[in-house]
Design a protein. Sequence first.
Length: 264
Amino acid sequence: MQVKTTRLEAEDAKIIYQETAGLAIITIHRPQAKNALTANMWDQLAKIALQVLDNPKNKVLILRGSGENFTAGSDIKEFNAISLEKAEEAFVHMEKTISTIERLPIPTIGVINGPAMGAGLELALACDIRIGSEKAKLGIPVGKLGITLNNKFAQRLVQLVGPSTTKDLVFTGRMFKAEEAFKLGMINYLVTEKDLNKYMIRMGKLVAGMSPESLLAVKKSVQECVDSVPTLWQGSTPFVGNDFAEGCRAFVEKRQPQFTRQSK
């Protein structure tokens, strides 16, 4: 197995890239923060995803998190330390990275063990196929942070699980357990944690054995269908009123946010 590792600001915060038998495997590794992605990590993830295409032998991209987490999404503590304008730029950059993975001209498989939260869930939904263990948990706690779903995130969710379940995820902020997520189609294959890596490789090799031209043609056709659906939520900013600052502070201070409904 050929292994390439991109090291970021610390040894325990990195994106790991491996290639083996036609499979390119990207692992998000930041265990001390449930694999939450810093701005630097989002940037590296986009670069490595495109790097996959440099090797014509790579037929499938597998995206996973290390340990018992997929990813908790973006690093909220990082947002708490920057201006609203910089935070908005970071959200745009994050969406570009997710769209880069979604539109790769090879099949992508997301492997979910443990929580996939917020932008982490969006990253998982950008993959063509998702495999989850019984420990997988999927959720969008944006209501606790005073932000909304961007247009693409809302579109991906509504097309997959429908309007009501999308609102359930956001309104309650609860985590959908593996079995519920599987029944809703958010996870395509549900296996035991013990069998997860073995099943990941087996599924990757199965997909890699198909005609690349056939798979790419279907992937393009499906994406065209998705893109033809009108955007569901309008507005360029993910922030709702003044709640984002309070949501970030509450997250960092490990307390419940104190939101106040604004009068019209």
